[in-house]
Design a protein around this ligand. Structure first.
Ligand SMILES: Nc1ncnc2c1ncn2[C@@H]1O[C@H](COP(=O)(O)OP(=O)(O)OP(=O)(O)O)[C@@H](O)[C@H]1O
Ligand SMILES: [Mg+2]
Length: 289
């Protein structure tokens, strides 16, 4: 058996489209260690969700495959929990029941009813949803639904946690709270995490490696950045850290360069973002000097 925990082994995928075959991914190849936190970053439409869905077993690659602990992955499994980009709760169940469904699937016969109840409540508390546990998805906001989705995934204690822009829809305070919780949970449970994000700070704060994807079609891995910042990491301390700012500048440079090949409107957005980042970085450098 390979020493690697999770291998994304030279995957390519083609979708059928009205104009014929559309190659979304070409030869994506990545080996991930147990307990490693990997972020996927890249421009909209490049193929990040497609990579994640292949690892989740929800899509089949056209070439290559995914191997988890020596076994090929061809279908979904509870050891690979997914937090989807668009919250995906069963609308006829309450927040509590949505989490319960997953917990029953994983812990049936291993936890008593009381233990299951406590575990469900614990995970909902973790995402600050204790006040709305018995509400249905139609009665809560988008960010709240997203938080229930995160609680559901965490409650499954998955070996591999797959997260597709999990904090994108949340306000800044909830987002930073959940990022901190995720770092703590991952330190304790040592789950392997693959997280898609558009947020450069989030990627640097949370990741061991940041995998930067080229633009599609036929997207692949462009660069991989090692985030060798010691843990535990504290956002306020890191804001003034020269190495942290260097790492985030590397990610921004990659995105900026890739963006010069895409549409003009988005390009100006990225330039604006890069300017803001440069200012922030300069501020930090001055402080550090
Ligand atoms: N089922 C499908 N059938 C046809 N084309 C698809 C399918 N799923 C994805 N694609 C195409 O594959 C490409 C990659 O899509 P994907 O959703 O993986 O992008 P993404 O990087 O997650 O984008 P975003 O950041 O906007 O979420 C896009 O061009 C998309 O239109
Ligand atoms: Mg996506």
């Amino acid at each position: 058996m390979s020493a690697e925990h999770l291998i994304i082994d030279h995957i390519s995928i083609e979708f059928d489209s009205p104009k014929g075959k559309f190659k979304a991914l070409d030869n994506v190849n990545l080996k991930i260690r147990r307990g490693e936190f990997v972020s996927l970053i890249g421009h909209s439409g490049c193929g990040k969700s497609t990579v994640l869905n292949i690892v989740a077993g929800l899509l089949q690659s056209t070439e290559g495959g995914v191997v988890l602990e020596g076994k090929e992955v061809n279908e979904p499994g509870p050891e690979r929990a997914v937090v989807f980009q668009n919250h995906s709760l069963l609308p006829w169940l309450t927040a509590y029941e949505n989490v319960e469904l997953a917990v029953k699937q994983v812990f049936k016969g291993r936890k008593s009813r009381k233990e299951m109840r406590e575990w469900i409540e614990h995970n909902l508390r973790l995402v600050h949803m204790e006040h709305a546990m018995y509400k249905k998805p139609s009665e809560i906001s988008g960010g709240m639904k997203q938080r229930v989705g995160i609680a559901r995934a965490l409650a499954m204690e998955p070996t591999v946690l797959l997260m597709d822009e999990p904090f994108g829809a949340l306000d800044a305070l909830t987002r930073s709270h959940l990022q901190d919780s995720l770092m703590e949970i991952q330190r304790d449970l040592k789950n392997t995490v693959i997280m898609i994000t558009h947020d450069v700070d989030e990627a640097v704060l949370l990741s061991d490696r940041i995998v930067m994807m080229t633009n599609g079609p036929a997207a692949t891995i462009g660069e991989v950045l090692d985030v060798d910042l010691p843990r535990p990491r504290y956002r306020l301390e890191l804001a003034d850290d020269v190495h942290y700012n260097h790492l985030r500048a590397e990610v921004l440079r990659f995105l900026h360069e890739r963006h010069s090949k895409t549409d003009v409107q988005s390009n100006s957005e990225v330039k604006q973002a890069a300017k803001t980042e440069e200012k922030k970085g300069a501020g930090a450098d001055r402080k550090a000097a």
